[in-house]
Design a protein around this ligand. Structure first.
Ligand SMILES: [Zn+2]
Length: 421
């Protein structure tokens, strides 16, 4: 398999961590490629047990959910997650470097000076970040050059230059010249925001298991393509994401013992349905937080298959899209496209559904409804229960606090959403 090698990993050279762990059972001199090494690792019960303890059950929990409790599959999924994260991070980095350098060149050309960041009108947070960047460069004992300052500023800084508050100062004057005439500021901002969330997940070694990494990859390439025609082609030929994604779903070797023995082996670690529902809620909550960051009503939702495969996700975008029909549930429902049947799907939402969305659950006969909370708003839960929908209320404090924070700041938007006059 020649193309499962990341572009920057030499075939001969220092061994990756897995190779070290495996060396005692490998005849000297035969370790040459990472893929070979991984095939040689023996996933027996003893070694799996050691890995489980080394990685911690907490960390592995989402993989157990996906693997339905099977240690072998869970560990392989964890490995896949690491590989996909590595690959995606390379693409994120390409975008980040391209973006800041494009902005730098544009501003330099327009202002006629390389240290343009000292001439433009920044708001306090961005001004402070520039000053902090200069300070940390100086603290390293090197001279403060424009190139270093630009490289020191983080992704969040560049992203905020696309926000509404910099519309006049940056978008109209400079940034829109980097994009085609039809590209809207908000579309660029939203995409960069989505990429920042992905970037943070990877940087903090969080799982991508509930995201759609293929879509993340496509969206990243597209965002790079908005700025350059050459760079996406270069990324596509040198990045290993596609190859890694293609081999992503681990197949059990024929001589592996059946899954049941692993389930017995991992015993109490097998997550119950409740754990599964909590994992699902985490996705809806992520959507709600995204909505909150966008200035919208923080209600998120997602559709899953019963065994925890994500079908789609969405969030309330009444404010963002000026559309009162975009509730978390309807957004996720529309993103799922046409489904043959909804009976075996689970709708999960951070807040009990309103009448409109309760109607949707019944109309399409969605079998199970998981809600984050129903204290802020009781919705149609009793009505749905009466009509045979399985309803699970997780009474999540996180969901409640997020929504309450919004209601406190924008009571009028909230009343509008629930139809109070
Ligand atoms: Zn609704």
């Amino acid at each position: 398999m020649p193309n499962d090698q990341p572009a920057n990993t030499p075939v001969q050279g220092p061994s990756p961590p897995l190779a070290e762990a495996n060396q005692p059972t490998t005849p000297a001199g035969t370790v040459s490629a990472a893929s070979q090494v991984q095939e040689l690792f023996e996933y027996n019960d003893h070694q799996l047990g050691i890995l489980e303890r080394a990685l911690s059950t907490d960390r592995l929990a989402p993989y157990y959910v996906q693997a339905r409790g099977d240690s072998w599959v869970a560990i392989r999924l964890y490995e896949c997650n690491t590989k996909l994260s590595e690959a995606l991070y390379g693409v994120v980095q390409a975008l980040e470097v391209l973006l800041r350098n494009k902005i730098h060149s544009q501003l330099e050309a327009h202002t006629g000076v390389a240290d343009w960041y000292d001439r433009v009108r920044f708001l306090d947070p961005e001004r402070n970040e520039v000053e902090n960047a200069k300070r940390s460069i100086a603290d390293r004992g090197v001279s403060v050059t424009p190139g270093r300052v630009v490289a020191e500023l983080n992704f969040g800084f560049w992203l905020r230059l696309f926000s509404g508050q910099y519309e006049k100062e940056f978008w109209v004057k400079h940034l829109r010249k980097l994009y085609s005439a039809t590209r809207q500021r908000k579309a660029v901002h939203d995409r960069l925001m989505q990429i920042k969330t992905l970037r943070n997940r990877i940087a903090h070694h969080e799982t991508l298991i509930r995201r759609n990494p293929q879509k993340d990859y496509r969206d990243l390439l597209e965002a790079i393509g908005w700025l350059s025609q050459i760079v996406p082609a270069w990324v596509k030929t040198t990045n290993c994401f596609e190859a890694r994604f293609a081999e992503r779903i681990p197949k059990k070797a024929k001589d592996e013992p059946p899954a049941a023995s692993h389930v017995a082996h991992s015993g109490s670690q097998t997550p119950s349905n409740l754990d599964l529902y909590k994992q699902m809620l985490a996705v809806a909550l992520e959507e709600a937080r995204l909505g909150f960051d966008e200035g919208g009503i923080p209600i998120g939702a997602a559709l899953f298959t019963r065994d925890g495969r994500l079908v789609s996700r969405g969030r309330n975008r009444r404010v963002q899209q000026n559309d009162p029909s975009v509730h978390g549930e309807t957004d996720a429902f529309r993103a799922a496209g046409r489904q043959r049947s909804y009976r075996d799907l689970v709708m999960v939402t951070t807040l009990a559904p309103c009448w409109y969305c309760s109607g949707l659950v019944r109309q399409f006969r969605i079998g199970t409804l998981v809600v984050g909370e129903s204290r802020t708003f009781p919705g149609g839960l009793d009505w749905l229960r009466e009509h045979g929908v399985e309803v699970i209320d997780l009474d999540s404090r996180e969901c409640r606090e997020l929504l309450e924070a919004f209601i406190q700041r924008h009571p009028e938007v909230w009343n509008e959403d629930i139809g109070e006059e």
